[in-house]
Design a protein around this ligand. Structure first.
Ligand code: UDP
Length: 245
């Protein structure tokens, strides 16, 4: 982010390197129940991102001192595979993945009816197998679908998107080059019905007007992405009722 470079991110017509205009999302595809042994799972392809999410639980929280007597604990673990990025990533947790796991756990806890199953934990494993910018938001969006597919009671779905600034212009859903060489990156997630913001982070600088423009774009995009989440869950339900699974 903010790295000085000569890379032109917008052409003379104001189009981006991949041909998108400023409001356009990369293609998004979500599939549920892709794993047999998880209680719920989802696979998301968002542009060049490929992420698989598995959900286990609720089950008794262990070790016992991690139990909350009033509610379930949502434990998300975000992991980027060594082969998921251009330059091999050292395997195992690092500061970035610990931070992302924390913000995703908190966002999901706002959506799950955690008070319904105290002393338990729900594990959410987010495995990034191909990364292309926006992985935390794509992982969180898929995690919400995987939780719903696991039959975990939820008051709402979590859906997110990023916006950012490139060459002085606010654009939706940053690509890898835009993330690396742009001026700002704003990942954000909301509860889809209530609109409550459950994750917001920012890298780089935006003025108040730019920030408002970026959040308006994100909120509009989350409505489209929420429909993709619903379609994925409905597709699963129709397969099951036809006895196809
Ligand atoms: N990235 C990378 N190596 C790393 C971390 C990130 O190549 O160790 C790439 C990856 O493609 C990622 C992008 O940089 O999607 C942007 O990373 P950021 O930390 O902004 O998180 P994200 O946008 O994926 O949520």
């Amino acid at each position: 982010m903010g790295t000085e470079s000569n890379i032109k991110l917008l052409d003379e017509n104001g189009l981006r390197l991949d041909g998108r205009n400023e409001m356009e999302l990369r293609p998004i595809k979500i599939e549920t129940n892709v794993l047999e042994r998880a209680d719920g799972s989802a696979f998301i392809e968002w542009g060049g991102n490929k992420i698989i999410v598995s959900v286990y639980g609720p089950r008794e929280a262990y070790p016992k001192h991690t139990q909350d007597i009033d509610k379930a604990v949502i434990k998300a673990r975000y992991n980027m595979a060594a082969f998921s990025v251009d330059e091999r990533k050292r395997p195992g947790p690092d500061r970035r993945s610990v931070e992302i796991s924390k913000v995703i756990s908190e966002a999901l806890s706002s959506a799950v009816m955690v008070e319904q199953f105290p002393r338990t934990q729900v594990d959410v494993f987010i495995e990034v197998i191909q990364a292309d910018a926006g992985t935390r938001i794509a992982g969180l969006t898929a995690a919400s679908v995987a939780l719903a597919a696991a039959g975990i009671p939820m008051r709402d779905m979590v859906v997110g998107c990023t916006a950012g600034k490139i060459e002085g212009k606010i654009v939706l859903d940053l690509s890898k080059e835009e993330d690396n060489f742009g001026q700002a990156d704003l990942p954000m997630a909301v509860l889809s019905r209530s609109g409550e913001v459950v994750l917001v982070q920012m890298d780089g600088d935006l003025s108040v007007e730019e920030f408002n423009q970026a959040t308006d774009m994100i909120l509009d995009a989350t409505k489209r992405i929420a429909q993709i989440q619903r379609d994925a869950l409905v597709a699963r339900y129709s397969v099951e009722t036809q006895g196809g699974e």
